[in-house]
Ligand binder design. Structure first.
Ligand code: BES
Ligand code: MN
Ligand code: MN
Length: 463
């Protein structure tokens, strides 16, 4: 145990520098202009897995971005841990809001991270968290303490819906066979409040298009006499929530699993300060569905949010115009047992039905995925719990997260194994936002905790 902490402390500069090298490659999956950087990142991950002691590492081609697969099988009779992560990152936009260039990583101190944090796109989501697993493997192989088999599956399309990963899993079930899936791509409550993510929300992402007249019109000559697609779209969007902030799409809540009073009471015990929450976001009040707390609203309740909206004239000055079209991108975060394909259809039907005469509405589904909740009375969870107890000296709090990793529900369905989400990020790390960062303390703590999961999981599996 002390060898582990010593090893991490002795090697921390190299661990940081290697991550910094990885963060310099702009592996943006949403923009095809970065395809070359995607391939370069996959190669870099492959090389690092080989260095860390994998016996076999391959770049697996898919219809989309390649998946890096590596493994070290020490004994077929021992359990196998499958590590999943993603090497792709979100676009850095809006780039002018970054204090330093997103692909030129720098270390800076923050209030929460007095030991320093690495600022770069992907620092926390997910290159930094994924790389903790590579370094944990390096420790275990070099010290001869790897207690079981390990496989790595690192993909390059997580931020755009993981389409090729579904394709890959379907064709490689044998290759991917495992006893537990281990992921660090979520967060923890606070540095001194360890937690294990026990749930993720599902997602349905759609784009809507409202078309009015066949061309942009003079807003004086035609204003008031034809439907203005932007006016109509905003009104339609506003009608999607009622005065209690319930979503008005018929059937939307039909399958929502209501949390029990016991579960809600347990959730309310987790340390949380509403004042600090508001202060961190610089807002004077929170907002959301009536009857639920902030922590419930962002984890066990479904949502509908506009992610982007556009149309008409947005250049400098004024242009008097009624646009022919208006657009919006809308995400719905889902909870058990909502089915994302069904919700997408319910939304489509409803949104088309509320369009007034004078416009045409089109709803285009993007991607989606099912919600995930994992029980805590399993050896998988127990092993994670024991690892945190040993590393932090505290029992971790099980917590459902509001984010989505749609592929996790598919893992359970296709590979029949449980997923353990050991996230080391903090909400303040600004993932998907300008100035994303990952605390050095969190990075090193992850590397110090992961080998303990392997140890406890192997032990509990053999009992
Ligand atoms: N790592 C995040 C998801 C996450 C972050 C879950 C923090 C829980 C806590 C992941 O990379 C992500 O951003 N997922 C997307 C969905 C995907 C289909 C684009 C999301 O949640 O918006
Ligand atoms: Mn992620
Ligand atoms: Mn992400």
């Amino acid at each position: 145990m002390d060898n582990l902490n010593t090893y991490v402390e002795d090697n921390k500069d190299r661990f940081l520098n290697e991550l910094i090298e990885l963060l310099k490659i702009p592996s943006i999956s949403a923009d095809s202009a970065y395809k070359n950087d995607i391939l370069k990142t996959a190669d870099a991950v492959k090389m690092r897995l080989e260095e860390a002691g994998c016996d076999k590492v391959e770049i697996c081609e898919t219809p989309g971005n390649p998946i890096v697969f590596g493994e070290k099988i020490i004994d077929k009779n021992l359990p196998t841990v499958l590590v999943y992560g993603h090497y792709d990152v979100q676009p850095p936009d809006p780039i002018n809001l970054w204090d330093s260039p997103p692909f030129e990583p720098i270390i800076k101190e923050t209030k929460i991270h007095p030991e320093g944090a690495i600022f770069a796109r992907g620092a926390c989501d997910d290159k930094g968290q994924m790389y903790m697993h590579v370094k944990a493997l390096e420790y275990m192989t070099s010290s001869g303490t790897l207690p079981c088999n390990v496989k790595f599956m690192i993909e390059g399309e997580e931020e755009v819906g993981s389409e090729s990963l579904g394709w890959f899993i379907e064709r490689n079930k044998e290759k991917l066979s495992n006893d537990v899936i281990l992921i660090s791509d979520t967060g923890m409550i606070a540095k001194d409040v360890p937690s294990i993510t026990t749930g993720l929300r599902g997602l349905s992402y759609v784009e809507v298009e409202v078309t009015g007249p066949n061309r942009d019109l003079h807003s004086g000559l035609y204003g008031g006499a034809v439907a203005n697609p932007i006016n109509v779209l905003t009104k339609m969007i506003a009608s999607l929530h009622d005065e209690n902030n319930h979503i008005t799409v018929p059937g939307f809540y039909d399958k929502v699993e209501e949390a029990s009073e016991l579960e809600r009471a347990k959730m309310a015990e987790a340390p949380f300060s509403l004042d600090k929450y508001k202060e961190a976001l610089d807002i004077d009040d929170v907002y959301g569905e009536k009857g639920y707390s902030t922590n419930e609203r962002n984890s066990i309740r479904p949502t509908l949010d506009v992610n982007g909206i556009w149309g008409g004239y947005i250049g400098e000055g004024a242009k008097t115009v009624i646009a022919s079209k208006a657009f919006a991108k809308i995400s719905m975060r889902l909870v058990p047992d909502q089915d994302w394909k069904e919700i997408t259809q319910l939304f489509k039907k409803h949104f088309e039905s509320i369009a007034p005469k004078g416009v045409r509405v089109e709803v285009k589904p993007h991607h989606g995925g099912q919600a995930y909740v994992t029980p805590i009375d399993t050896i998988e969870y127990q092993a994670a719990n024991d690892a945190y107890v040993e590393s932090f000296g505290k029992t971790p709090i099980p917590q459902r997260s509001g984010g989505s990793i749609p592929i996790v529900a598919l893992f359970e369905k296709e590979l029949k194994s449980k997923t353990i989400l050991m996230g080391f990020g903090l909400d303040s790390d600004a993932i998907h936002s300008p100035n994303e960062h990952f605390g050095i303390w969190n990075y090193l703590k992850g590397i110090k905790t992961i080998p303990l999961f392997y140890k406890h999981f192997t032990k509990l599996s053999q009992e």
